[in-house]
Design a protein around this ligand. Structure first.
Ligand code: C2E
Ligand code: CA
Ligand code: CA
Ligand code: CA
Length: 270
C-alpha cells in the first residue's frame, strides 16, 4: 500500500496479489500447525466485578510459527476460507472440555469456560454433527460451558442459526453473543435469539469515560439486559475509570488487560 497524505492508503492490484500470495503461504503452513503443536491455547480470566473473583475463562487460540506470533485475527479468517477451521476448532473444543474436566477433578465446578465458535462451524452440517458429538462425549457440567458467537454469524440466516443454537443449548451449553453492539440490528436479535449472555464490545468500553453517547448506550444495554434476564460481560476493560463505570451501572462480569491478559493456564492465579 502506498501512503497518500493524512494516513490514507491507496491499494493497488499488486498489493492485492501480494496479500493473496501471503495468505496462500499461511494456509499451507497452517496445515502443519496442529500436528507440529504450533497452536496453543491461552485463557483470559473473567471476573465478578463486585467481588473481584475469577468466575470464568475465555479460551483464545495462539499460533506460534518460526518463533513468530501470528494473531488469530489473521489466521482464523484464512482457516475459515480453507475449511481448516473445522479441525482447529475441534481441537480447541476438545482441549477446553478436557480443561473443564481438570477443574472439576480439582473440586472446582463453578469455573465457566467460554469457547469462540466461528460462524462457519456453526453453519456446516457435517462439522456441526461432529461438534455435537464431542460436546456429548465429555462428562462435564455443561451449564458452565459457554459458546461465544458473533452477530455476523447469525445474520445471514437467522432461523437456521437459531435452530443450531437451540441444539447447543439442548446439551446444556450457554450461548453468549460476542461483540454485541457492533452488528446491524442488535436489539431485534436479542429478542429472537436463544442467548444467555451478551458481551459488550470493546469499542464501547474504550470510550465510556469521554464519550457521552457511548456511556449512554452502555447504560441502556445494561438496563435492558437486566430486564431481559441476560448476563452482561464487558470486554476490553483497560482502565480503572472504565472498571468503576461498569461497576457503578451493575455490570456483573468483565475481562480486559487491566484485570488480566490472556495467559497460559498454568499462569492463572485464582
Ligand atoms: P474476541 O472473541 O472478541 O476476543 C477478544 C479479543 O480481545 C482477544 O484478542 C483478546 O486478547 C483481546 N483483549 C482482551 N482484553 C483486551 C483489552 O483489555 N484490550 C485489548 N486491546 N484487547 C483485549 P485475540 O486473542 O487476538 O483474538 C481476536 C479475535 O480472534 C477474537 O475476538 C475472536 O474473534 C478470534 N479468536 C480468538 N481465538 C479464537 C478461537 O479459539 N476460535 C475462534 N473461532 N476465534 C477465535
Ligand atoms: Ca470472544
Ligand atoms: Ca468480543
Ligand atoms: Ca471480536
Amino acid at each position: 500500500a502506498k501512503r497518500e497524505g493524512k494516513g490514507r492508503y491507496v491499494f493497488y492490484s499488486e498489493d492485492i496479489m501480494q496479500l493473496y500470495a501471503e495468505n496462500n503461504k499461511l494456509a499451507n503452513k497452517l496445515k502443519y500447525a496442529l500436528d507440529n503443536s504450533e497452536l496453543i491455547l491461552n485463557y483470559q480470566p473473567q471476573y465478578n466485578l463486585e467481588t473481584g473473583k475469577i468466575t470464568g475463562l475465555e479460551v483464545l487460540v495462539r499460533w506460534i510459527h518460526d518463533n513468530k506470533f501470528i494473531p488469530p485475527s489473521k489466521f482464523i479468517p484464512i482457516a475459515e476460507e480453507t475449511g481448516q477451521i473445522y479441525e482447529i476448532e475441534y481441537w480447541i473444543i476438545e482441549s477446553s472440555l478436557r480443561q473443564k474436566k481438570i477443574f472439576e477433578t480439582m473440586g472446582n465446578y463453578d469455573m465457566t469456560i467460554s469457547i469462540n465458535l466461528s460462524s462457519k462451524s456453526l453453519c456446516s452440517d457435517i462439522n456441526f454433527n461432529n461438534l455435537e458429538k464431542i460436546f456429548l462425549s465429555y462428562d462435564v457440567d455443561y451449564s458452565h460451558i459457554i459458546v461465544e458467537i458473533t452477530e455476523t454469524a447469525i445474520i445471514s440466516d437467522i432461523h437456521f442459526a437459531v435452530n443450531r443454537l437451540k441444539k447447543l443449548r439442548d446439551l446444556g451449553v450457554k450461548i453468549a453473543l460476542d461483540d454485541f453492539g457492533t452488528g446491524y440490528s442488535s436489539l431485534t436479535h436479542l429478542k429472537e435469539l436463544p442467548i444467555d449472555i451478551v458481551k459488550l464490545d470493546r469499542s464501547f468500553i474504550q470510550s465510556i469515560e469521554e464519550d457521552g453517547k457511548d456511556a449512554m448506550i452502555i447504560k441502556s444495554i445494561l438496563y435492558l439486559a437486566l430486564d431481559l434476564n441476560y448476563e452482561v460481560v464487558a470486554e476490553g476493560i483497560e482502565t480503572e475509570g472504565q472498571l468503576e463505570f461498569l461497576k457503578k451501572y451493575k455490570c456483573q462480569t468483565g475481562q480486559g488487560f487491566l484485570l488480566s491478559r490472556p495467559v497460559p493456564i498454568e499462569s492463572i492465579v485464582f
